[in-house]
Design a protein around this ligand. Structure first.
Ligand SMILES: Cc1cc2nc3c(=O)[nH]c(=O)nc-3n(C[C@H](O)[C@H](O)[C@H](O)COP(=O)(O)O)c2cc1C
Length: 291
């Protein structure tokens, strides 16, 4: 690797002018952002999670801005794979960049079931398998904390698609390096490091969490050093590219993650405040590196 890192990247056999991917759950399927001209500077879009059946998600309040970052407990709300296949994906065929579909499951088999249904679409480049979902059939801990389960999920997905897929790991429990190795053994073509950290905001007057489901996913610029460390650890342990996810606000953050070993860098929460974040981050990086 050369330093400062190149902004142009090769990923899954394709050249990308930008390393920036819009993170799952913060960009829909990209079509609304396209209509608002917000996809300049964006290398790829990762869709909202898609599950087998439609999900209403968690009851409100499910989003809370704290002085230190955002708490979200959306609960993978989505219209289900059949609706996505028939009504949403056709609308994304004119995206100016590749689309990855984020896949959620409630059982090991469900990930492969969702992927096999999506295979009849040709608009997406690949998948991001979200093993941070709770394994409902097996006690509710995230699939991603158990390398043996991650292996089975990845093998199941490999069996039903020839498209590349990334496995998106959780930072909440387990050993991310062991889970990453298991995902690669099962056929993963990348590892996304990582999903949201668990967080909570208490109303001290009542002793209750403000978020209805109590514990939520926490995102914040303060998490950048945690993600840099995880990216560095995982990218030194596996042979496939690492996609970072978490903590990005500025072009310098993206460069740091690339220098730590990320091949592509996702941005999520920043986009909700700065819908033109892709173009802004690219401008900042070009100024810093002179590329
Ligand atoms: C409102 C919201 C919804 C999200 N939904 C999903 C999701 O459906 N699937 C998923 O894998 N990650 C989801 N995430 C996590 C993001 O994709 C990303 O990993 C995380 O926000 C860290 O990046 P950031 O610090 O740039 O926001 C969501 C995050 C937010 C804030």
């Amino acid at each position: 690797m050369s330093f400062p890192p190149n902004i142009k990247r090769k990923f899954w056999g394709k050249l990308f002018d930008s390393p920036i991917m819009l993170a799952s759950g913060t960009a829909g399927f990209g079509e609304e952002l396209l209509n608002l001209n917000c996809l300049a500077g964006v290398g790829a879009v990762v869709s909202k999670a898609v599950s087998l059946k439609p999900r209403a998600g968690n009851p409100p309040p499910r989003l809370l801005e704290t002085p230190y970052g955002l708490l979200n407990s959306i609960g993978l709300a989505n219209p289900g794979v059949h609706h996505v296949l028939n009504h949403i994906l056709p609308e994304t065929s004119n995206l100016p960049c590749p689309l990855l579909i984020n896949v959620a499951g409630e059982s090991v088999e469900e990930f492969a079931d969702v992927v096999s249904i999506l295979e009849s679409s040709n608009v997406h480049m690949g998948y991001e398998i979200n093993v941070s979902c709770p394994n409902v059939a097996d006690g509710g801990a995230a699939f991603g904390v158990d390398p043996e389960v991650v292996l089975r999920v990845a093998m199941g997905v490999s069996r039903v698609t020839a498209r590349p897929f990334s496995v998106k790991l959780t930072p909440n429990g387990g050993d991310m390096v062991l889970s990453a190795k298991a995902a690669v053994e099962g056929g993963a073509s990348a590892i996304t490091v990582c999903n949201t950290f668990l967080g909570m905001h208490m109303d001290w007057r009542t002793g209750k969490s403000i978020i209805k489901r109590k514990v939520a996913g926490y995102t914040s610029p303060a998490l950048l050093p945690l993600v840099v460390a995880k990216v560095w650890q995982v990218s030194n342990a596996v042979s496939v590219p690492v996609i970072s996810s978490g903590g990005v606000s500025h072009g310098e953050d993206v460069l740091q993650l690339l220098a730590a070993g990320a091949q592509m860098v996702q941005v999520g929460t920043r986009l909700m405040r700065r819908p033109f974040a892709g173009a802004e981050l690219m401008d900042e990086m070009k100024k810093l590196t002179g590329e």
